[in-house]
Write a protein that binds this ligand. Structure first.
Ligand SMILES: Cc1cc2nc3c(=O)[nH]c(=O)nc-3n(C[C@H](O)[C@H](O)[C@H](O)COP(=O)(O)OP(=O)(O)OC[C@H]3O[C@@H](n4cnc5c(N)ncnc54)[C@H](O)[C@@H]3O)c2cc1C
Length: 328
């Protein structure tokens, strides 16, 4: 079967992997010139379904708990399974209680245990929540790694082509993120920055809770740290605002003062595609499949959505899946 996938973000590439692994003849088309710059490129790369329960429905945990295994199988060596550490300043300790009430899959730990996990945070926080089963990856390495693997598997890539480009295919899969054609889609702007310092080492994503401006810091290789992310109800893709830079930098500095001396090597903005319920969807219309709305869970939920969309395209859905789709 010939499948044309529109969109080389995490949604399109994971679907290409599922389809190509099952023998489909896949072409991926993207209006950009390369796999870079889209929402997926700006992501933190956290695979954190238990932490996300703070603001997400149980479905996100159900769909996302297998994500680390999927990525590990698709791209061995990319997934770091070191958990997530959630901390709050002493004056914001009520935030830690609130976060704990809304989530699951963690243990509350004291200052000694924090220092054992993250020696550079020794003495900074008296208590924390440790989500042992969570994982993270470098989203840019993962996207590029997936693209290279797919090319080796025979998937064709055509960059720099928009909607008018229509190579022949039996099925078209729309994975175009915020420009997608599903009704009810909205954009949620996320701003981030990347710092470089050799003065701090972290083994895992650390979330710093705050009543107004919660942030996270995700360690990457080469002394890089991704600091994110704002959540703004807007699809304006312009540069990061001065206020957001200040807030993200303040929070990084609050986590560790050495971030104050770090190099600010990049700022970025990504627009998360979301539906009103903030849950992803796969829909079919004729021989077009649309999969979208991965919101703040692209790397976490794309594997499950790709499995679902591939089954729909290849006609291998279970009776239950077909019934659910009809009901939807
Ligand atoms: C700052 C930030 C941090 C985030 N952190 C995390 C995280 O830690 N963990 C997590 O799981 N998720 C995270 N997310 C969410 C995640 O990035 C998104 O859910 C995900 O990127 C959505 O992927 P997508 O492939 O649907 O869209 P995109 O990545 O936007 O890809 C869509 C692609 O379609 C292409 N396109 C558009 N129109 C056309 C057309 N007509 N023809 C051809 N191509 C077209 C675009 O050029 C683009 O490449 C974060 C998001 C942001 C912004």
């Amino acid at each position: 079967m010939k499948v044309l996938i529109r969109g080389a973000g995490v949604t399109g590439l994971t679907l290409a992997h599922e389809l190509s692994s099952r023998g489909a003849d896949v072409t991926v088309v993207d209006s950009r010139r390369q796999v870079a710059g889209n929402a997926s490129w700006q992501a933190g790369g956290m695979l954190a379904p238990w932490c996300e329960l703070e603001s997400a429905e149980e479905t996100v945990l159900t769909l996302g708990r297998g994500a680390a295994d999927w990525w590990d199988a698709a791209l061995p060596g990319h997934v770091m399974r070191n958990g997530t550490l959630v901390v709050a300043a002493a004056r914001d300790v009520a935030e830690l209680d609130r976060f704990g009430r809304r989530t699951s899959g963690y243990r509350a730990i004291d200052a000694e245990a924090i220092a054992a996990l993250e020696p550079d945070l020794e003495g900074s926080f008296v208590s924390a929540l440790f989500f042992n089963e969570e994982a993270h990856l470098d989203p840019r390495q993962a996207l590029l790694g997936l693209q290279q693997k797919l090319a080796r598997m025979g998937v064709r890539f055509e960059f720099g082509y928009g909607a008018v480009h229509r190579p022949s295919a039996d099925v078209e899969a729309d994975c175009t993120g915020i420009t997608g054609q599903l009704t009810g889609l909205r954009g949620v702007r996320g701003e981030m920055l990347i710092l470089r310092t050799s003065e701090v080492a972290l083994a895992r994503p650390v979330r710093l809770l705050h009543p107004r401006i919660p942030v996270y810091v995700v360690p990457r290789s080469c002394n890089l740290f991704m600091v994110g992310a704002t959540m703004i109800e807007s699809d304006a893709a312009g540069p990061i605002t001065a206020r957001s830079v200040m807030e993200l930098l303040n929070a990084a500095y609050a986590l560790h003062p050495a971030f104050g001396e770090a190099e600010l090597v990049e700022t970025g903005t990504g627009i998360r595609p979301a539906f009103t319920d903030n849950l992803p969807r796969v829909e079919r219309e004729g021989n077009t499949i649309r999969t979208n709305g991965l919101y703040r869970h692209g790397f976490l939920l794309a594997p499950a959505m790709a499995v679902k969309a591939a089954a729909m395209i290849l006609g291998t859905e279970t009776e239950k899946e077909r019934a659910d789709e009809a009901h939807h």
